[in-house]
Write a protein that binds this ligand. Structure first.
Ligand code: MN
Length: 287
């Protein structure tokens, strides 16, 4: 299933892609919640009901005539891994980590496809990072690595926008501050359920800036895999349905280039992952 959030005058609506259109799930079955996070929280039976509802859904939106929000509008946690591709750690002149490097973004950073990335006035070094995002389906704590994939609802595309001057050059190297400016966590366009992703660690991942390929790798290069990461994070905090885990970026980021490349107003960034689609966001100066 490909779950999306359609933005309507009645607010964001959980929808399922079906026959090239978006079927409003709650309109098809009043027992279903109106958000994708609510659907995940309602468990596997709700997902099965959603699949059935899509067949008879009467309220359908035409792609191209509606805007999509982030597939998870209001995640309770956005957890991120840094330096999780070997070559990216090397290009960043940082040690290849022996344990996951964790940081987070606040939910206020999350936006959907097509939403502008806003360059804040207080940064002049905003960089791009293509990432595979794990979406938690079932909550849990102290999850065994061998069971961990059972807690994953599916996958989406993420863009870990990063203000390097804040992340790396403020006192104490403030990763949180550098990574959590509003609009710095575009995700989407769809949450693709895990049953439709044969091997999430064998997906081509690319980023294009104004049509030029800047990152081109595979999730096969992840240092810490998805099951390991879910288990690791769950030793620290309770994972909940709809939580997002950004799994790190491959090489090719702007700060590692000579001269460095920083996002500029008018840029268009596209992140593509095999089987998941393309996440496209324009860049503007914060109004
Ligand atoms: Mn990142």
């Amino acid at each position: 299933m490909r779950l999306v959030t359609v933005l309507t005058d009645r607010g964001p609506r959980a929808c399922l892609e079906h026959d090239g259109r978006y079927v409003d799930l709650q309109a098809a079955d009043a027992r279903l919640p109106d958000s994708v996070r609510g659907l995940l929280a309602a468990g596997p039976e709700a997902l099965a009901a959603a699949a059935r509802a899509a067949e008879r859904g009467l309220v359908r939106y035409e792609p191209g005539q509606v805007r999509l929000g982030p597939p998870i509008v209001d995640p309770r946690k956005v957890i991120c891994l840094g330096l999780n591709y070997r070559d990216h750690a090397i290009e960043s002149k940082m040690a290849i980590p022996e344990e996951p490097v964790l940081f987070n973004k606040f939910p206020t950073a999350v936006v959907g496809p097509g939403h502008p990335i806003e360059l804040p006035a207080v940064s002049s070094q905003v960089d791009y990072e293509a990432e595979l995002v794990v979406v938690i389906g079932r909550g849990g704590r102290d999850i065994d690595e061998s069971d961990a994939l059972g807690y994953v609802a599916g996958y989406t595309i993420g863009h870990d926008v990063s203000a390097r001057d804040w992340q790396l050059h403020k006192p104490g190297k403030q990763w949180l501050a550098g990574k959590t400016f509003d609009t710095f966590a575009p995700i989407g366009p769809a949450l693709v359920t895990a049953d439709e992703v044969a091997d999430p660690q064998a997906l081509g991942i690319r980023l294009r800036l104004n049509g030029q390929t800047m990152q081109d790798s595979s999730t096969a290069q992840l240092i810490f895999g998805i099951a390991y990461t879910v288990a690791y994070v769950s030793r620290i905090c309770t994972l909940e349905p709809g939580d997002l885990i950004f799994t790190g970026t491959p090489p090719g980021v702007g700060m590692a280039r000579t001269p460095p490349v920083w996002l500029q107003p008018g840029d268009l960034v596209e992140v593509e992952i095999d089987g998941l689609g393309v996440l496209s966001n324009p860049v503007i100066r914060r109004p």
